[in-house]
Every structure is written in C-alpha cells, then in structure tokens.
Design a protein around this ligand. Sequence first.
Ligand SMILES: Cc1cc2nc3c(=O)[nH]c(=O)nc-3n(C[C@H](O)[C@H](O)[C@H](O)COP(=O)(O)OP(=O)(O)OC[C@H]3O[C@@H](n4cnc5c(N)ncnc54)[C@H](O)[C@@H]3O)c2cc1C
Length: 387
Amino acid sequence: MVGAGVSFGPNSIRAMALIDPAIQKGFENCVTSNAYPEKKDVWFDFRMGMTEEGWKDLEGKQPPAKEGEYLTKVIAAPVGQASVHRAHFLDELVKLIPVENAQFGKRLQNVEEKGGRLQLTFRDGTTAEADAVIGCDGVKSSTRRIVLGENHPATLPQFTGKYAYRGLVPMEKAVEVVGDELARNSQMYLGHHGHILTFPIEKGETMNVVAFQTKRDRKWENENWVLPMKESDMFEDFKGWGKDVKHVLSLMQKPDVWALFDHPPAPTYYKQRIALLGDAAHASTPHQGAGAGQAIEDAFVLSNLLGDISDAKDIEKTFYAYDAVRRPRSQKVVTTSREAASIYEFEDEELGMDLQKIRERLDQRCKWIWDEDLPAQLERAREIMRG
Ligand SMILES: Cc1cc2nc3c(=O)[nH]c(=O)nc-3n(C[C@H](O)[C@H](O)[C@H](O)COP(=O)(O)OP(=O)(O)OC[C@H]3O[C@@H](n4cnc5c(N)ncnc54)[C@H](O)[C@@H]3O)c2cc1C
C-alpha cells in the first residue's frame, strides 16, 4: 500500500536500527518531525475539532469542550512525530536490496510442497522454488489464505466501521489558514464519531491530512476500499466541525477515501515452512500509527531467528518461536487500535466524554508499544526455539 504519509513510533525506529543501521539511515534521509524544538517529543497535540452544533445525540449533556480548545498532548520520546512519505521511504529501502535478490511485479497465486521444497506459482505463469516462504502481501494476503485455509473465518479482513479521507496540503497554504504552529506540528482534532489528524511530511514542505469518519451502518459494500473522494460528501461529513478543520479539508489535493479494515485474530502466523509477516499477519487500523512498526518488529525477530539456523529442517522451529512471540503483541496492537479511535471520537463506553479520564488514558495507553525492549523480545523467541 503506498498512499501518502506514514508515521513511526520509537519502537519501530529502534527496530529499524537493530535490523540494520542502514535502514535507520535511509529513514533519517526522509523523516520529518515537528518543526518547533519544544514539540520534538510530542506525538500529537489534541484539540477539540467539532463545534457545538456538530454534537448530536447528547441526551441533554454539554459538549466536553469548545471548538479549538487545546485538550492535551501525548509524548513519544525521543522521536515525537516521525513521518515519511511512503514512496520516498520505499525508495530508500529498495536501494538496500541487492538487485540479484529481488524480482518485482510478481503476484503470488499458490504455494505447494514438491519434493521436500516449496514451489511458488505466480499469476504470470512463472514458478520459483524455496525452502521457506514469508508472505508480506498485505491486508488482502494470498499467503494468509494458504496458511489459515481458504474457508477459515480469520482469512478475510473485516470492515471496522471507520473510513478516512486522505490528502496532502502544501505547507505554505496550511500555514495561511491555521497558522504556523498548528500547521508545522502534529495535531489531532477530536469530535463525536470522527477525528482529523495533520502532520508535516517531506521535510516540512507538505502537510499530511487524514480525516476519519464513522459509517453508521458499519457496512462497506463497495469491492474497492480506496475510492476517489466526492468533495460534497466530505463537507457533509464535516459540516458540524470548526473553521480550522474545514479550511484544511478544503485545501486537500487529490484526496481519496479509504475504508478501514483489520484482521480478526489469526490462530497462527505459520503453517509448516510458510509464514506471514506485517499486514498479512495482523492488519490494523491506523489509529495508533503502529501497524507498519509491527511489520518492522516482525522482520527484526524473524530475520534474527533465521540467521541463527543453518539447516532447512530448523525453519519450522524458527516459525514456531516467531509466532509465539509476535502474535500476542501484534494482535494486541490491532484491538487497542480500534479502542484508540473510540476514545478520540468520544465513543468509548468507559471514558465517554470525561476529558480528565481521556487525558490520563491517552498519556499512558501507547507506552507498552513504544517502550518495548526489542532485544528482550528476540531473546524470548530464541529461548522458545532452543526449547
Ligand atoms: C489510512 C491508513 C493510514 C496508516 N497510517 C499508518 C501510520 O501512520 N503508521 C503505521 O505504522 N501504520 C500505518 N498504517 C498501516 C500501514 O500502512 C501498514 O501496517 C503497512 O503498510 C503494512 O506493510 P506491509 O508491507 O505488511 O503491507 P503493505 O504495505 O500492504 O504491502 C503489501 C505488498 O504486497 C503486495 N502484494 C499483495 N498481494 C500480493 C501477491 N499475491 N503477490 C505478491 N505481492 C503481493 C502489494 O502490492 C503490496 O506492495 C496505515 C494504514 C492505513 C490504511
């Protein structure tokens, strides 16, 4: 999936460096952080985005804050908001792959065991042989079907009831409408059943905008998950929101709409010598900015475990240890990501519109993701592998 900006938490950046310092270097070549020195550790500043008129079904209660009011900040030291343009980071990663090790433009169709090895069949009719297959083929993964079985209920992604308008705004235009501080530093604007986030990418030249909404019937019937946006739909969705939000939305260039799907928990991330990695294993909503980071953690653990063995007969043991360590953590990211949206959008049953409780929860809730001890995680996997 390419799209526009993607941000990485402290754990993800540490995982890059642990896999290979060259990956971190490539990331640093294209990363953009908040512009103001005092915002360097800030993940997001949270503000109320909705006007009083926007609040419906309040059952006599007052909206929790006035439109534009500053609510809180969340610290993700030492990286704060660290984002890249996806295409630029992919270019940096591709540079690190030896040409003879990669072939692009292939679509995997099937994997079968043949004579003790795995035979991969591609849509163009070509085949390849391997000792092991690691499917990193995204939320609509073919490998997931092969690992879990065609009819397994966790094979298919599920619509989460949320969708997002995504687009980019030239930074100087964003500064004109929301001012320097709000444009150049990451912001999250909250409202009932929706939220909007903005953060700088491309070394501060561009503002990345993602505006989330809720589909009340919780159904997505279109077979496409990314659709060109109709401006009138977006303005209808955000008609009860404040002027900053509306201004930013009106400036989005070539925005599109993304239906947000995630995976029901898979009972395993491998079958024999075929494993799943990244979204193929644990596709998540983007509400914690942590999905891609989990793919990098997967790669850190799995590449090290595979590096420890020298005989193909140990591959399955490696996948067993990888699955045991990675599945619980990455699946927790999927479920807590859904919870995050319900907090930002005042839908959480426990916290509701209680701003004090929301502040306290936001302050703490991502620490288990960001503060992970990755070498210890790998060590646990190695112990499992040693039996
Ligand atoms: C709106 C949105 C915003 C997001 N923002 C963030 C964020 O800020 N931070 C974050 O950490 N995460 C974010 N995520 C999640 C993040 O995008 C994913 O977790 C990440 O892209 C997963 O990487 P991946 O390589 O596993 O899968 P993908 O990026 O989906 O890549 C899979 C690749 O496999 C290819 N492929 C598919 N099928 C086949 C096949 N049969 N054969 C061969 N190749 C195949 C695809 O073409 C694609 O190139 C966001 C997601 C969405 C939807």
